[in-house]
Design a protein around this ligand. Structure first.
Ligand SMILES: Nc1ncnc2c1ncn2[C@@H]1O[C@H](COP(=O)(O)OP(=O)(O)O)[C@@H](O)[C@H]1O
Ligand SMILES: O=C(O)C1=C[C@@H](OP(=O)(O)O)[C@@H](O)[C@H](O)C1
Ligand SMILES: [Mg+2]
Length: 180
């Protein structure tokens, strides 16, 4: 029996990498259900992420993130866009590796900066030097994204459609790589 396209696909990467945007489109293309852990948290709490950070601190947000990840990673036939910090907690990395095929959307800091500099919904990028913060997060987290990923896709300066095609090609190559 040849390898199928993975049942669950998880997207990881820094803020602005395209996890939410690409995830939605990949799910549509593959006939899978799309979820975004940030969106689930906002829907269930009734408030935006910055408000959770204000009221519960980053720690409170991370607890919600882990429980949401645990719940949705074990669903069936999903594409799950995680938040950029999901890979910080070792238990989150273990969940991602255990329940799905993990794709790291990698982009350079300048690209990420261009995509996030005016965004008010990312508390970690408020009232800071955004480029310097993204640089710091990249250096801290790139090793964690890399160790967790089954596939790394560079998304810098490429239209989303090209990235979708790259991912589909990689997934279909998986499928045919094990055919007898
Ligand atoms: N490959 C890309 N090229 C240009 N802009 C992109 C690309 N991927 C995402 N974007 C844009 O960058 C912003 C952040 O994308 P988003 O999907 O929210 O990223 P993430 O969920 O990884 O933080 C959005 O405005 C989105 O339209
Ligand atoms: O990098 C991070 O720690 C975060 C990334 C955000 O998600 P996106 O990566 O979708 O922006 C969101 O989970 C929160 O603001 C924290
Ligand atoms: Mg997102």
């Amino acid at each position: 029996m040849g390898a199928q396209i993975p049942n669950n696909i998880f997207l990881i990467g820094l803020m602005g990498a395209g996890k939410t945007t690409v995830g939605k489109l990949i799910a549509k293309s593959l006939g899978k259900t799309f979820y975004d852990t940030d969106h689930v948290i906002e829907q269930r709490t009734g408030v935006k992420i910055p408000t959770i950070f204000e009221l519960e601190g980053e720690e409170g947000f991370r607890k919600r993130e882990t429980s949401t990840l645990e719940e949705f990673a074990q669903q069936d036939n999903v594409v799950l866009a995680t938040g950029g910090g999901a890979i910080i907690a070792p238990e989150n990395r273990a969940i991602l590796k255990q329940y799905g095929y993990v794709i790291y959307l990698r982009a350079n800091v300048n690209e990420l900066y261009l995509r996030t500099r005016n965004d008010k919904n990312r508390p970690l990028l408020q009232n800071v030097d955004v480029k310097a913060k993204l640089e710091q997060l990249f250096h801290a987290r790139n090793p964690l994204y890399t160790e967790t990923a089954n596939l790394i896709v560079d998304t810098g300066h490429q239209p989303v459609a090209v990235i979708i095609q790259k991912i589909e090609n990689a997934l279909h190559a998986l499928e045919s790589s094990c055919k007898p």
